[in-house]
Write a new protein. Structure first.
Lengths: 484, 151
């Protein structure tokens, strides 16, 4: 199931030799490099990435810094500023530097754009005036960046401390008016004595470096310090190996396949803006469409059976469940009024709202089902516990149920994220295909959920068969619609 | 109270000895970090003839942090809001420890001569300044007369 935790062994990494040594740090098993079928063809969600600890990230960054420092014969602290301002693209920086080193250093704010005018070294004997603290001091107490603006050490220290306390680190500039030359790491650290300030500075700059690095993402999990590394900057699923948070590698938000980063952001903003309008639909109870008795939904499955009249119906559309299993299942699809362009503005607005609510209701409902199914799993866990304790099978015998529940969650999660995708999709044959596959997936997911809720009476082979079908439907949809 | 940094003493001395034309800045009797400021409305501006009171406070980490300045006299200006807060880059991210009270006050005076409605703090004022400048200037003159004269 955990298909994505592979380390890079493919031909790709051989071409980019700069980080190869790095991979060796955590390549536990050195498999033989055999020609293999591209796993992306089998699994549309295939993603190569690694979860790194802070020390590993430091090592990765420092190696790049050292390489550049050696290549260009510049101090490591300047190499770091250069890399940071060029998205850590060592090849590009090297090329730029070889083309025009002065311009590259100016663009990275390592050097001033005009050469320092008439050096401010008009000193009386060996004393210099510091314009910040307004004192005359021995010139040995002074330091300056490449811009030659001299200030006393005490003032530099105070300047750095005030900036760091505001959360600024890699962006600290010279103290002179209108001077934008940046203070590199070694210059800052030379002026910081207090251990907590040094620590803060290093912590903030580490965050800046990771954020500017296209191959690195902080795990968004609460209080988690893991950094995910991948050379594949795509909207793929990354799972943190420490806190298990699942997120989209590209945008760092909740994973959202098949919808892309841009569309999901638009959808979530819309949902937040329209939350008032959508509130009324979040009901937990509905009436049975046949006997009209009030029914409360307490499971995740949308295939409902009335406890009173035993009528099988769909929670979403209140239609007969029998029709949902067929090829003509249309519960997930929104049928737009074909003549809407000719209707009044008022009617169009109503139609737009109706359309949004259709998708929103299903999006919201699957999200709720996910939570309810978690509760179902908890109940299941305690029942299995009782069974095992009273001699009905062993733990191993029941393990398949947990696998099934995990798969159900994974499928329903994808299903939930198909709704924003469909909402923003233009009409046409591609949308028809999408909605067809979405409907098929939905039907199989509800079947799976139904069977898991009745796990003890469902036979295992039947359940495993259902798992297989649901997952196949899910991958088929993703293969066709998950954009690279 | 901690002793006053040499830098503040120097700046205060200079402000008293060679005051900026059109601006007076006097430290408070009980707090040398607090200045009572009066800016004269610049000639050929809608604020001409007005005397504008401001307060200026030097925070603990001055000059590493910018002074805090606020208009006390009501003023109709796109970069100054109802509370008298001033939208001026050198008071925020463009502050440099090499800048002084003097430079800040000069910049505020310049802001009165050349309002910048494209970087507004008071949105309604800036809006009017853009769509109907003559009416905005009339308002500014009226406010100057009402709040910044004879008191
Ligand atoms: Zn400088
Ligand atoms: Zn100094
Ligand atoms: Zn994590
Ligand atoms: Zn994304
Ligand atoms: Zn019923
Ligand atoms: Zn339905």
């Amino acid at each position: 199931m955990e298909e994505s935790m592979t380390t890079s062994q493919g031909g790709e990494s051989d071409m980019e030799c700069s980080d190869n040594e790095f991979y060796d740090y955590y390549n536990s098993n050195d498999d033989i490099d055999i020609e293999q079928i591209d796993p992306r063809n089998i699994d549309p969600e295939y993603f190569e990435y690694n979860c790194l600890l802070e020390e590993q990230v430091d090592r990765l960054l420092n190696e790049t810094v050292e390489t550049l420092s050696n290549n260009l014969q510049i101090p490591p602290s300047l190499a770091k500023v250069l890399l940071h301002s060029n998205q850590w693209n060592i090849n590009e920086v090297t090329k730029k530097f070889n083309d025009n080193s002065t311009q590259t250093l100016i663009a990275a704010r390592i050097e001033p754009d005009a050469p320092p005018s008439s050096l401010l070294l008009t000193r009386l004997s060996s004393y210099v005036y510091c314009s910040v603290c307004a004192t005359l001091q021995h010139f040995e107490n002074f330091h300056n960046l490449s811009c030659a603006h001299m200030f006393c050490n005490e003032c530099w220290t105070m300047h750095f401390e005030v900036q760091i306390n505001q959360g600024i680190s890699t962006g600290i500039a010279c103290m002179a008016r209108d001077c934008i030359v940046l203070a590199p790491e070694d210059f800052v650290l030379k002026h910081l004595q207090r251990p907590n300030m040094r620590e803060k500075y290093q912590q903030f700059s580490f965050q800046d470096y990771v954020k500017s690095h296209p191959f690195l993402r902080f795990c968004p999990g609460p209080n988690c310090s893991i950094v995910v590394h991948s050379k594949d900057i795509k909207a793929k699923r990354a799972t943190c190996n420490q806190c298990k948070t699942i997120f989209c590698f590209k945008c760092g938000c909740d994973y959202h396949a098949p919808t892309d980063c841009h569309v999901i952001k638009k959808w979530l903003t819309k949902c937040a803006d329209d939350s008032e309008t959508a509130n009324y639909i979040s009901a937990h109870t509905k009436d049975c469409p046949k006997c009209h008795i009030c029914i409360e939904k307490n499971g995740g499955c949308n295939h409902m059976q009335c406890y009173n009249c035993k009528h099988d119906f769909c929670w979403m559309c209140l239609g007969d469940w029998k029709s949902h299993g067929s090829e003509y299942y249309e519960c997930s699809r929104y049928r737009e009024n074909p003549n809407i362009a000719h209707e009044s503005v008022h009617a169009q607005a109503r139609e737009a709202l109706k359309k949004y609510l259709h998708y929103y209701e299903r999006w919201e409902n699957h999200s709720k089902s996910l939570k309810l199914e978690e509760q179902t799993l908890e109940k299941l866990r305690s029942r299995i516990n009782q069974n095992v304790m009273s001699g009905l099978g062993t733990w191993i015998d029941w393990q398949y149920l947990f696998t099934a529940a995990n798969l159900l969650a994974k499928c329903r999660y994808t299903l939930q994220y198909t709704y924003p995708y469909a909402y923003y999709m233009e009409g046409g044959s591609r949308k028809e295909l999408f909605e067809y596959q979405q409907a098929q997936l939905e039907a199989e997911i509800e079947n799976l959920s139904w069977k898991i809720e009745r796990a003890e009476t469902t036979n295992r082979g039947d359940l495993e068969n259902q798992m297989d079908i649901a997952e196949k439907r899910r991958t088929t949809l993703l293969k066709d619609f998950l954009d690279e | 109270m901690a002793s006053l940094p040499r830098r503040i003493i120097k700046e205060t001395q200079r402000l008293m000895q060679e005051p900026v034309p059109g601006i007076s800045a006097v430290p408070d009797d009980s707090n040398a970090r607090y200045f009572h400021v009066i800016v004269t409305g610049p000639e050929d501006s809608p604020f001409e003839g007005g005397l504008f009171k401001l307060e200026l406070f030097l925070p603990e980490d001055y000059p590493m942090s910018a002074p805090k300045v606020r208009f006390i006299t009501k003023i109709y200006h796109p970069n100054i809001d109802r509370l008298g807060r001033i939208c001026l880059d050198i008071l925020k991210d463009k502050w440099s420890p090499a800048l002084q009270i003097r430079t800040v006050l000069l910049s505020i005076q310049a802001l009165l001569s050349a309002p910048n409605p494209d970087d507004p703090l008071a949105n309604d004022v800036a809006e009017l300044w853009k769509v109907n400048e003559s009416e905005a200037i009339r308002n500014a003159k009226e406010w100057t007369r009402r709040y910044a004269m004879d008191n």
